[in-house]
Design a binder for this molecule. Structure first.
Ligand code: AMP
Ligand code: MG
Length: 339
């Protein structure tokens, strides 16, 4: 797909009353606003305005068959967007919204096909971030928004990343803080057979199992038996920095692999700086939460320093580790370091 030239004059808006009011006005007039959330920065348009939503695909170079998530400030606004909210959906809403979760529900006719890529369902999210809340309230309409990155690249989790990606493509960018979670929302689909986690995120599989007892929960990648892939968009590669990403297992690191030249970055959970050659740029992640929060910002840093390779430690696949592991597998194309 042809990428639109970066030609727009992009306003920078502050997180104050006049900034939110200007952002709301731009949305109601059919424009594009980049806004902070607790997961990642989003590129938003009025979800009821098909022409405005079409501009999102153009600005990102996003394939038309990859649906958008619709955001509202209030849980009660979901009733106008979902035609059915059955008991398990209501329980998830009660347990996790506002927060870093997206529910796939049957859509109402108010939502144009441009938002859902023609699917009969819609992804719905109520962010908890205070700036996101104030922006959505100022907009006064539901806001369709994917992450504010150019398609295929890592999502922005800081204002600087959002500006680097969307300056000249969006009408305005809200100068918010760093995203608290740092990875995209957990996406959950509700089917007759149980709950399916289509994408792991800030709300973990364990959290969901604890909240919804007595209902099978299928982890990311394991569809209910007989299901077809839920969204065509899921086939696309995501989250790739410019540098090549190579994964390694903690404790199995071999410093001699360093050998090859070129600027190299490292993200590590369990190893220390001293385990790596001195010319490597090593970033220690003190916890899984920090790894999630900083992952994309570290990719951005390594890219801006001209790194050619990033060695990233593969985290344990539990809790938030599943979400980090999922993004690392996509960023690396499953490329593991072997001795
Ligand atoms: P992004 O907002 O960029 O993280 O992308 C949104 C993702 O949500 C899409 O790539 C889909 O995988 C998923 N999604 C959105 N709407 C639906 C839907 N109706 N059914 C299934 N998945 C969806
Ligand atoms: Mg995205």
């Amino acid at each position: 797909m042809l990428m639109r030239m970066k030609t727009k004059k992009t306003l920078i808006l502050e997180t104050d009353a006049s900034g939110f009011s200007a952002a709301g006005e731009i949305i109601r007039r059919g424009g594009l606003v980049v806004f902070p959330t607790e997961t990642v920065y989003g590129l938003g348009a009025n979800a009821f305005d098909a022409a405005a939503c079409a501009k999102i695909f153009e600005a990102k170079g996003r394939p038309q068959d990859n649906p958008l998530i619709v955001h509202t400030a209030q849980v009660f606004s979901l009733a106008r967007l979902a035609s059915v909210i059955e008991t398990r959906a209501a329980a998830l809403i009660k347990a996790f919204m506002p927060g870093p979760i997206t529910l796939i529900l049957p859509k109402t006719q108010d939502i144009p096909a441009a938002v859902t890529a023609g699917l009969p369902t819609v992804g719905l999210r109520v962010p908890s971030d205070s700036a996101a809340q104030q922006f959505l309230q100022a907009a006064g309409v539901p806001v369709a928004a994917p992450s504010a990155n150019v398609s295929g690249r890592p999502s922005p989790t800081t204002f600087d990343m959002a500006r680097a990606a969307m300056d000249g493509r969006a009408d305005a960018i809200i100068r918010g803080g760093d995203s608290r979670v740092g990875l995209e929302s957990t996406i959950v689909r509700i089917t007759e057979g149980g709950l399916e986690i289509l994408r792991p995120g800030g709300v973990s599989e364990e959290d969901i199992r604890a909240a919804i007892r007595g209902c099978p929960v299928y982890g990311a990648g394991s569809l209910c038996p007989g299901d077809t892939p839920p969204a065509p968009g899921m086939k696309y590669t995501h989250y790739k920095p410019q540098a090549e990403v190579v994964l390694f297992q903690g404790g199995k690191w071999n410093p001699r692999i360093a050998g090859a030249g070129g600027k190299t970055g490292v993200l590590t959970l369990t190893e220390k700086h001293a385990a790596f050659p001195r010319n490597f740029l090593v970033r220690e992640m003190p916890s899984l939460e920090e790894y999630a929060r900083r992952l994309y910002a570290e990719f951005f840093l390594f890219d801006s320093l001209g790194c050619e390779r990033i060695f990233a430690e593969y985290p344990p696949e539990e809790g938030l580790g599943r979400a980090v592991a999922n993004r690392l597998l996509k960023a690396s194309g499953g490329n593991f370091f072997h001795r």
